[in-house]
Every structure is written in C-alpha cells, then in structure tokens.
Design a protein around this ligand. Structure first.
Ligand SMILES: [Zn+2]
Length: 244
C-alpha cells in the first residue's frame, strides 16, 4: 500500500491529447503522481488514433480507457474531424473551451506545439492554448451557457523527442522518481503501439536523462508559456538546479 499524500487534494487537471496514447507517454508520470496526491484528472482525447499504422479505433479506445482507469481519471472522446484531421478552428476551440468551463481545472495540459511533429499534436497545442484564453473571457460568443473559468496555469508536455522544447517556452522539471514502475505499466496499456518501436524505452530514457541532470532518478519536463509564480521563499526549499 502506497502512502497517500493529501498535498494535491482538490486540485483538478484537465489534460488534452490528440491520440489515445499521447497523454500517457507525454505526461503520464506527472499525472500518476498528482493522482496519488489526491488530484482529480479528466482526459480529453481528440481522436481514437484510427489513422495509425497499428491498432483499430476500438482497440485504441479500450487501451486509453484502461490507462485512464490506472490514473483514476475520467476520459472523453469528443466528436472531431478525427485522426490526422485535427486542425485549429473556431468549432473545436469552443468545444475545448466548454470542456474547460465545465471541468473548472486548476491546471490545463496540452502537447507542446513544436512544428516538427505529428500535425495533430501541434494543432492540439494551438486549440487548447486559445481555448484556455477564451474560457476566461466573460462574453465569448458560444460559451454563454457556462460560467467563465480561469485556470491556475496552462502547461505543455512533449510527446516525442522531436517536440522537445519550443521557442518562448519556459521548461520546468518535476521529480517523478517514485512513478517509474507505474508509468511503465501505464504506457504498456497501449499494447497496439509498443510492438515495433520502443516508445516506452524512449520516454524512460528521456526521463532518466532529465533526472540525472537534477540529481533525482527520473524527471518529467513540462513547459509554461511565460514565467510561473512559484510562491513565497518557502517554495524554493525543494528547488534544484542542473548538476552539470
Ligand atoms: Zn499522438
């Protein structure tokens, strides 16, 4: 039995992904950690990965649902143009903004928007970034039925190595050392995607390298667009700079 911390009790994460495995591979370790500390998590996935080389629409939905269960998260697959066809536009942006107004998250997470990656990832970044803004504006047409909501922070995660970093983004590292085993199991939920290329090893080695850099076993990288307020001097207590 793991120790249950209450440090994140009441905090809400709304996490967007383009395909059924994006979230688990990109920021699964962070979400497992937050869930263990009492956070509530909802996942919004814009496609069922139906255009992927491996796995059918229903297989991939089942895999994502299984993974969501491991995180204690709820998951929704809203109606969109689908895999390879996710593009920023008013309709999908308002749909994402409605999801934000309904769930009222403290943290909104989306893929980072680097150009050299699956276009659905990049577009999901743009959609969520705009949606997070429109969700807090008082009189956005199309959102009148729901109260405006301002999230505490919008954070971005990398799905593949190619998408690491982006101009204008501030990286933050989180210690996920205690989640490595469970994160591996979480990624293994996506069996249809892990057969040919060793995606799991790729993510684990990235987390390991980021961890070594900061003196912990494994670290996950998120980004903020602009500076984040850490809080008072007390928040500096656990901060660690690069060791090399
Ligand atoms: Zn993807």
């Amino acid at each position: 039995m793991r120790m249950q911390s209450v440090a994140m009790t009441g905090k809400r994460f709304l996490v967007f992904g383009a395909h059924p495995d994006d979230i688990e591979f990109g920021c699964g370790a962070v979400l497992l950690d937050a869930a263990e500390r009492g956070a509530s998590i909802e996942l919004v996935v814009f496609s069922k990965g139906e255009a992927g080389t491996h796995g059918s629409r229903s297989e991939r939905e089942t895999e994502a649902t299984e993974a969501a269960k491991m995180m204690g998260a709820s998951i929704q697959f809203p109606s969109t143009p689908g895999d390879t066809r996710v593009r920023a536009g008013l309709e999908i942006t308002l749909m994402a903004a409605k999801a934000i107004r309904r769930f009222k998250p403290d943290f909104v997470l989306a893929p980072s928007g680097h150009l050299n990656q699956h276009p659905d990832h990049r577009e999901t970044c743009r959609i969520v970034r705009d949606a997070n803004r429109l969700a807090r504006y008082g009189k956005t047409p199309g959102l009148e039925d729901l109260d405006p909501h301002a999230s505490q922070a919008l954070l971005f995660y990398d799905i593949s190595n190619e998408s690491c970093g982006s101009e204008g983004l501030t990286p933050i590292l989180l210690d996920v050392s205690t989640q490595v085993e469970r994160w591996t199991a979480l990624m293994k939920c996506h069996q249809s995607q892990t057969g040919n290329v060793d995606y799991i090893d790729l993510q684990l080695s990235r987390a390991r390298a980021l961890g070594i850099q900061s003196g912990v076993k494994a670290a996950a990288r998120l980004y903020s667009e602009g500076p984040l307020l850490l809080g008072t001097s007390e928040s500096l207590r656990d901060v660690a700079g690069p060791r090399f």
